[in-house]
Ligand binder design. Structure first.
Ligand code: NAD
Length: 369
């Protein structure tokens, strides 16, 4: 059995609490003979700052480069509000994303049947929803130059952001989307604004070319990003994979997130290029939520987003799709059995803490085994 190198970076606040449940599940997977892991652990964020004055140490960065996948809890909190800007907790996460060149952000929106009632949409619209937004993360209008506010001669000001994409950036994100679609329901919707934006024209053209040359077996549909937003709240179950740029992806992924209920339920992945020598793809998995200082240390945080991030790592970095399915089924079973952390509790359910939720997921894994 291959041994997978995993780096755990629990971070701050509830990051350490939800990561503790992931460690228990890793131990269970090993004991059950499902997989073998070489696990290392290091500090990031405020915890790293307290230890070495940096948001992430050089040693931790080395470990990040050597790992097959990184699992990160969350960073930040009021304790570090006044540390120097370049050492603030978020700088550790940004450095990881930048140095590892993680250009593809994957945000699944999965609606567990037992939580369909928690969505802002009608339950029948979201029950069984299983879609994935692939957002370009390192280009587009958030990074394009020029980016400035100018003083004009007449006393007015002019703000400028530049939306810019080169074809290689579109090609590589399109490939990620098509590859992922092949492991799912084989459909990609590409969202842009070719009716009013040159980058949209290029985006549509390049995605079509990549599709025609390499992925004709995948169904490709183009949608204008505004129409895609409308379809997301009208009939979200029509989507399998959506691929889109940094700006539209920022917005569409938050819309998709709210279809499924709580922040505590949402995992994510950020993927980089496939390394030439090792053939592995750099990858960092983390819950969408932050360090939640308001509930940190109370043992009440929902660990499902973190456990779901582990499932994503098994599926996308380690080729262990069956183990990922087992974990997701165990989460669904836990919810169907009525267990809830405070953030997703409703009348008639059993409220448990972080470790209680971990216990329930492991009990479901045991039951299925
Ligand atoms: P947050 O996601 O930490 O919390 C928002 C709200 O959701 C809070 O009320 C919190 O209690 C609740 N919540 C979040 N995750 C939960 C979970 N697993 N279970 C139950 N409830 C949960 O966002 P915030 O309050 O805006 O930020 C807090 C700190 O986290 C800040 O320092 C921020 O910079 C940082 N942050 C980090 C990341 C990251 O590490 N990727 C992301 C967002 C925010």
């Amino acid at each position: 059995m291959a041994t997978h190198k995993l780096l755990l970076l629990p971070g701050d606040g509830i990051g350490t609490e939800v990561m503790a449940e992931v460690k228990r599940i890793l131990a269970w997977l090993e004991k059950a003979g499902v997989a073998s892991f070489a696990v290392e652990e290091d500090l990031v964020g405020g915890a790293a700052y307290d230890s070495c004055g940096l948001a992430i140490s050089e040693e931790a960065m080395k470990r990040a480069f050597a790992a097959d996948a990184i699992l990160l809890g969350a960073v930040g909190g009021p304790k570090w509000a006044n540390v120097p800007y370049e050492s603030r907790p978020e700088a550790g996460l940004l450095r990881l994303r930048k140095d590892l060149e993680l250009f593809a952000n994957l945000r699944p929106a999965l609606c567990y049947p037992a939580l369909a009632g928690a969505s802002s949409l009608k339950p029948e619209l979201v029950e069984g929803l299983d879609m994935l937004i692939v957002r370009e993360l390192t280009g587009g209008v958030y990074f394009g130059e020029p980016k400035l506010i100018q003083d004009l001669a007449d006393g007015q000001k002019r703000g400028i952001d530049t939306q810019v994409y080169e074809s290689y950036e579109i090609e590589r994100i399109a490939r990620v989307a098509f590859e992922l679609a092949r492991t799912r329901r084989n459909k990609v919707v590409s969202a842009e604004k070719h009716n009013v934006m040159k980058t949209g024209v290029l985006w549509k053209q390049v995605v079509s070319e990549v599709h025609g040359a390499e992925y004709e077996d995948v169904v490709l549909e183009h949608q204008l990003a505004d129409s895609c937003a409308m379809q997301l709240v009208r009939a979200p179950k029509q989507f399998d994979v959506i691929v889109t740029d940094n700006l539209f992806g920022d917005i569409l992924s938050d819309v998709a997130a709210m279809l499924t209920g709580s922040l505590g339920m949402l995992p994510s992945a950020s993927l980089g290029a496939v390394e030439e020598i090792s053939g592995r793809r750099r990858a960092l998995y983390e819950p969408v939520h932050g360090a939640a200082p308001d509930i940190a240390g109370k043992g009440v945080a929902n660990p499902i987003a973190m456990i779901g991030s582990l499932a994503m790592a098994l599926r996308y970095s380690f080729g262990l799709a069956e183990a990922a399915d087992r974990i997701e089924a165990a989460i669904a079973g836990t919810l169907a059995a009525g267990f809830r952390t405070g953030d997703i509790a409703s009348p008639g359910t059993t409220v448990v803490g972080t470790s209680g939720m971990g216990d329930a997921v492991i009990a479901q894994l045991e039951k299925a085994a």
